[in-house]
Structures are given as C-alpha cells and as structure tokens.
Design a binder for this molecule. Structure first.
Ligand SMILES: NC(=O)CC[C@H](N)C(=O)O
Length: 251
C-alpha cells in the first residue's frame, strides 16, 4: 500500500436537506471522487437538522446555498455551534460555503429588509439589493488555474471587510455586490463564493485547492497527483468561451 493510500479526510456536509440549491450536493460527490482517485479515503458525514455537529475531527466542512427560509433555519442551528466553528476556522479548518452558506459566514445578512445575525467567522456582511442577481458567472482566481465558472442567484450583496481577500475578480456576471468587481472571499482556509452549478465538478482547481489545504493541515504536506481532467476542463472551457463570446446573455 502506498503512503497516500493510508490518508483519510473527513468531510462534514452541513444540512444537505436544507441547503442544496442547483446541485450543491454534487460538490461533495466531486470531493469524494477526487480523493478516491488518489487513494485518499473520504469519510463523508452529513450533519442533519437536530444533530449537534462537532468539528474537532473534521478536515473539510461544506455548506451549500438555499432559500432565505432554509438559510435562516440553518443559521439558527449553527449559531449554537458558533464558538466551535470559529475555533475550527482559526485553526485552519477548511470550510467551503456557497451562496446562502457564504452569506452566513459574515456578521449579518439580509432577509428582505430584515437584518439577521450571521456567524461572524469572516469580516464581511450582506445587505439586500434589487434586482436579484441571476445568471452565469466566470471568475479569475488564484486558487484555480482555470476561470471559475458557474451560476449565481442571490438578492444579497456581500461586502468584504478591509483585509479580507476576495476569491477573485469577476470576468462575467456580477459576483459579491455587482459593483466592486469582486467575487467570494478567502480567509485562512475558508472559501466563500456565490458560484453554484455546482461549484466543484467544472472547477477541479477549486476542488483540489480545498483537498490540498486539508491534507496540509492534517498531514503536513499536500502532494496531489494530477488527474485526467479532460472532461472537467472541456466543460469549464466550453462554458467560459460561450460566456465570453456573448453566446449566453448577460444580465
Ligand atoms: N442562492 C442562494 O443560496 C440564495 C441566497 C440568499 N437567500 C439570497 O437570495 O441572497
């Protein structure tokens, strides 16, 4: 057995029954397969409503997007685990959060005109904007060799605090607030983004960034052998080129 075959990464999928818009559960499938293909054992555990999640043995936590209502339910559960989640983040735990999940990371977010307390894990906040931002998106980011492509659908506008790095620069679409030109956030090993689609299958660079950060934290190094990504990269390229060639309408 090679050394890599004995590595395991634990993935916590938070509230898949509530935050699962636009195939966000495909992100977990993608992480699982990219680990398996490299002989890394994925230990995927779903956290459901009513569970008391513990993050002590977790390597990668994932939280997807959803409607305001579902987002609110999840936020209320996670607020109870706020200190443990903050300790996980500060310790370099890998946390990937999409759209509604991304908004929860900040100090507050908006449900219509109502301001709702967030988890305060990252210095950002989200307010409400009109019109709703709906459409395809492409983002240039240091975490991915290819542009990150996908689909965004959010009313919230997210504003990053000083010193919080955006995930990247919007090449097509709207991103965090439709005005700054930025998309998502990076803080320690937290990656927040509005990109659904799901995010990871067409953006293998992002998936590998998450896996690499988790391996570094648990095993001290991240020698990720390359995979045959021809299909993934073809899907990425087709979408990117169609967007940039104007074959798909902008908002
Ligand atoms: N797609 C989502 O996750 C939506 C997030 C949030 N409910 C908003 O509309 O801003």
């Amino acid at each position: 057995m090679s050394e890599s075959a004995s590595r395991t990464l634990r993935v916590a999928h938070l509230y898949p029954e509530l935050l699962n818009l636009y195939g966000d559960s495909g992100n977990i499938l993608c992480l699982r397969k990219r680990m398996e293909w490299r002989g890394i054992e994925p230990d995927v555990r779903e956290v459901h409503v009513g569970d008391r999640p513990s993050f002590s043995g977790v390597d990668i936590a994932f939280i997807g997007g959803g409607s305001d209502r579902e987002q609110r339910i999840v936020c209320d559960y996670l607020l109870e685990e706020k200190d443990e989640l903050a300790a996980f983040v500060e310790d370099g735990g890998v946390l990937a959060a999409v759209c509604g999940g991304y908004q929860l990371l900040g100090h507050s977010y908006a449900m219509g005109d109502q301001v709702v307390e967030g988890l305060g894990l990252v210095d950002l906040f989200t307010d409400h904007g009109e019109p709703r931002i709906i459409g395809n998106i492409a983002v240039e980011s240091r975490v991915s060799p290819q542009p990150i492509v996908g689909y965004e659908n959010h009313a919230g506008r997210t504003h990053l605090g000083e010193g919080v790095e955006p995930l990247g620069r919007v090449l097509f679409g709207r991103g965090n607030d439709g005005a700054s030109g930025f998309e998502g956030c990076l803080y320690k090993n937290v990656l927040g983004t509005y990109v659904h689609g799901p995010l990871l299958p067409k953006n293998p660079g992002v998936a590998d960034w998450l896996i690499a950060r988790a391996l570094e934290r648990r095993y001290g190094s991240a020698d990720l052998e390359p995979l045959d990504d021809r299909e993934e990269l073809a899907a990425n390229e087709v979408m990117y080129h169609r967007l940039m060639a104007g074959e798909v309408e902008e908002l």
